[in-house]
Design a protein. Structure first.
Lengths: 191, 394
């Protein structure tokens, strides 16, 4: 494992990340927009030739640990019940184990990580609709971990507040892009 | 549905009936067993009353029907495959033996063998069939043996077999029929984009254990017949007047011939739908006088029973309409889960879900190798590399 400073040096820039998603065979047929610190990308994903086509939105900001992945859909009655979601209203996917696993690092290309895992998630989602069983494996969060996070030291609290402010900006960006993409998706669907 | 999807869907159908097919080792075992029966019968010293002719001597046993045509489909609710056999006695003429007598001689000779006798006595009706005898090998197959003799009125391999009531002889020609069917199945359809080869390659890469038959790729026509027969079995599992296999096989073969010689197809599923559409065109005659001839012998009418029991013709019409509707609706669906649920209606849950599980196993294998591969064969995502991941979250 690399030291903190070194790993930062090796991080893919937002530009490189954007490229890795726009050039990826799995996601190249899409569109998006890139700023200096952030980008989003929308593409159609069909996990197998017999599967439905899903509209995927990926949003990234350099202050985020990893890109956020959404399924844009006007009917979430079944999607919202699927396992491994961060957000059941917006259908945000949980694709990897974030804690100390190195499954995802900022050095990774999005193509063989986030994008490929999205396909994999979609495959297992349809299989789950068929069999009622999630066969893709995974870990469900331990409620104890969340409690530990709440008991923070005073120093950590100040750091946390600063971080919170920064996070608000990031969250605003994400919400704005999500809303915009969703309304575009709905408008396109009507046509 | 796109061309790729239809092609993939056909691969799924191909897999389902492959699971229902007799395996190579089962086939070899059945062959060994029926050859032994044939030998035993041919060594029988039975003679006609008042004649020195040995009826069973020099007799020959050979497979007919689906086991010979390589179109077997495991029957629903039964562990055994049907292995239909003919025991041909060349030394007998129809003038000096009637069907029930020859049939009795065969039964007597079988019972002279301790093993066959034991099996037959433990079977319903002592192994007696309407015309012939059954030797059941539990959970494997049963051998159904029908007597036959030479049909001297025709110059081909035509034979005479007992009618349903064992009262009279009627012409039949299983040997030449099989040759005709094989020849038709060798005709390769012209596909504009996908070829059958791509299916072969895909299935070969899947560690197929016990591939059915000797030839490695099942000709498309044989697969179609299996698909249609399975659809029929599922539809008629609790109903009477199930259309007989020979009718489905014969009509599908005529339809295949016509489609293949006049059209180019986009994919295997479109061809199948066209075949189903025109199958009834090859039924001759009219109510009470329907005729589906054995193309290789005179006077053998596979639709004979339709003229005695009109409900059988109605049942065929119902099946035909239902099969056409099923495949036409199938290719309008999207969503792998929806397609597989729909397939269960036509082919039964058991084998459809086995095929889905096979795909799951492939996906898992690929995932372990660091690959994203989510279908039965080549898909857009087939060759992508993928890092290991653990799904997280509630």
């Amino acid at each position: 494992m690399l030291a903190r400073g070194v790993s930062k040096y090796h991080n893919l820039s937002t530009l490189k990340m954007y490229h890795s998603i726009a050039m990826c065979d799995l996601s190249k047929y899409g569109h998006g927009h890139r700023n200096t610190d952030s980008f989003y990308w929308i593409f159609d994903a069909q996990p197998s030739p017999l599967s439905n086509v899903y509209k995927i939105l990926i949003i990234y900001h350099k202050d985020l640990y990893s890109p956020w992945v959404y399924i844009l859909s006007d009917d979430i009655s079944q999607l919202s019940k699927a396992p491994h979601l961060y957000d059941r209203e917006k259908i945000r996917l949980c694709l990897y184990y974030p804690v100390g696993s190195n499954e995802w690092t900022k050095r990774d290309s999005l193509c063989n990580t986030i994008v490929a895992w999205t396909y994999l998630w979609l495959y297992y989602y349809e299989e789950w609709l068929y069999s009622g069983d999630w066969k893709g494996g995974g870990i469900h969060p331990n409620p104890k971990d969340e409690e530990v996070e709440k008991k923070l030291s005073p120093l950590k609290k100040i750091r946390g507040q600063k971080k919170k402010k920064r996070n608000t900006n990031v969250l605003n960006y994400i919400n704005r892009i999500y809303k915009k993409s969703m309304s575009e998706y709905l408008k396109y669907k009507e046509l | 549905m796109t061309r790729e999807a239809k092609h993939e869907l056909f691969k799924v159908l191909d897999k389902i009936v492959d699971k229902l097919d007799i395996t190579k080792s089962q086939y070899e075992k059945a062959k060994e067993r029926y050859e032994a029966v044939g030998k035993w019968l041919a060594n029988g010293e039975y003679c006609l009353t008042g004649s020195s002719q040995k009826c069973l001597r020099d007799g020959e046993i050979y497979p007919q029907g689906s086991i010979r045509l390589a179109t077997t489909v495991k029957p629903i609710g039964q562990e055994e495959f049907d292995v239909d056999l003919v025991f041909f006695s060349p030394n007998v003429s129809p003038d000096n033996i009637d069907p029930s007598e020859l049939n009795r001689l065969i039964g007597d000779r079988l019972r002279e063998n301790f093993d066959y006798r034991r099996i037959m006595e433990a079977s319903p009706n002592n192994g007696r069939l309407k015309r012939g005898w059954r030797i059941t090998y539990a959970d494997e197959f049963h051998l159904d043996i029908t007597p036959s003799i030479n049909n001297h009125t025709e110059e081909n391999n035509s034979e005479l077999v007992p009618d349903r009531k064992l009262q009279d002889w009627k012409p039949s020609n299983p040997k030449d029929y099989a040759v005709w069917f094989d020849k038709c199945s060798e005709k390769i359809p012209s596909f504009s984009y996908v070829t059958r080869d791509s299916i072969t390659m895909a299935s070969e890469s899947h560690e197929v254990v016990d591939f059915p038959e000797n030839d490695e790729v099942k000709p498309l026509l044989k697969r179609y017949v299996q698909i249609l027969k399975r659809h029929r079995d599922e539809m008629f599992k609790d109903k009477d007047h199930k259309p007989i296999s020979i009718i489905i096989t014969t009509l599908a073969t005529h339809a295949y011939n016509k489609c293949v010689s006049s059209n180019t197809y986009d994919n295997e599923l479109d061809l199948l739908i066209d075949i189903i559409k025109i199958m009834p065109d090859f039924i001759e005659g009219y109510e009470g006088h329907y005729k589906i001839s054995n193309p290789t012998t005179k006077f053998e009418n596979f639709a004979e029973r339709w003229n005695e029991v009109p409900a059988k013709k109605n049942a065929f019409d119902l099946w035909h309409a239902s099969a056409l509707k099923f495949f036409e609706e199938l290719h309008k669906l999207s969503g792998q889960h929806k397609i597989f649920k729909f397939l269960e209606e036509g082919f039964g849950k058991e084998f459809v879900s086995i095929v889905y599980d096979d795909i799951n196993i492939n996906v898992e294998k690929n995932r372990k190798k660091g690959l994203l591969g989510l279908g039965l064969g080549s898909t857009a995502s087939a060759s992508s590399s993928m890092k290991k991941n653990t799904f997280y979250g509630k």
